[in-house]
Ligand binder design. Structure first.
Ligand code: SF4
Ligand code: SF4
Ligand code: SF4
Length: 206
């Protein structure tokens, strides 16, 4: 594989690390493009401008973004409804750029500056308390933010790789303790719902 070509392709990708292209991040997609094993129209966050640049670099006929990968749209960031967050940490595990902070059983928060809008934290949240909102103009996606996202993605991958060695302690839940986290989560959700339904039927004090 031609590494210089992979770097050139990677430099054109938005670095949201969303996996919508069907690859495990922008760099793996860049590698597949350099191999010639995929097409340059699979990155919705890059939109048509990104597809045109990739097609030009790879000397391929431009094609509209593959709808199977998703539709281009405005840049959004994740916001956690902190009232309803139960601190299960599953979103931290899913976030490819370490843009979520929080501790087990504590409320979690998204670092807006670091969020790429990849949406990967949405499916694992057991209480659906993460919402995507259109980002304020000040946070618009930019080459600088893409560079930050690339670094955060690679730093995270290196940290997780080190965590596989006995000398390092994992900082995220493993598949072994995920089941017990979920059990605990469901108990907490049930308790909260029971409390909310009692509150809803209480008459207001006059
Ligand atoms: S931004 Fe998403 S769809 Fe585009 S290359 Fe990166 S991971 Fe793939
Ligand atoms: S907070 Fe959610 S949307 Fe933002 S980068 Fe992390 S996983 Fe993606
Ligand atoms: S997955 Fe949802 S409930 Fe769990 S910590 Fe993240 S935001 Fe909170």
């Amino acid at each position: 594989m031609h590494l210089a070509l992979v770097d050139q392709i990677d430099a054109l990708l938005p670095q949201t690390q969303c996996t919508k292209c069907g690859f495990d991040g922008c760099r793996p997609y860049a590698q597949a493009l350099a191999d010639g094993s995929t097409k340059p129209n699979r990155c919705p966050p890059g939109g048509e401008p990104g597809m045109l640049l990739l097609s030009q670099l790879l000397k391929q006929q431009p094609e509209r973004i593959d709808p199977d990968c998703g539709e281009p749209g405005p840049f959004k960031i994740a916001v956690i409804d902190e009232i309803h967050c139960i601190g299960c940490t599953l979103c931290i595990v899913a976030c490819p750029v370490d843009a979520i902070v929080g501790a087990n059983k504590r409320m979690h928060t998204v670092i807006a500056d670091a969020c790429t809008g990849c949406e990967l934290c949405l499916p694992p949240c057991p209480v659906d308390c993460i919402e995507m909102v259109v980002a304020p103009t000040a946070l618009d996606w930019s080459p600088e933010r893409a560079n930050v996202a690339r670094n955060r993605y690679h730093n995270r991958r290196e940290r997780l790789a080190r965590a596989d060695t006995p000398s390092e302690t994992p900082t995220v839940p493993t598949s072994v303790n995920k089941a017990s986290i979920l059990e605990d989560v469901m108990a907490r959700v049930k308790a909260r719902r029971a409390k909310e339904s009692v509150g809803a039927t209480q008459p207001l004090n006059k």
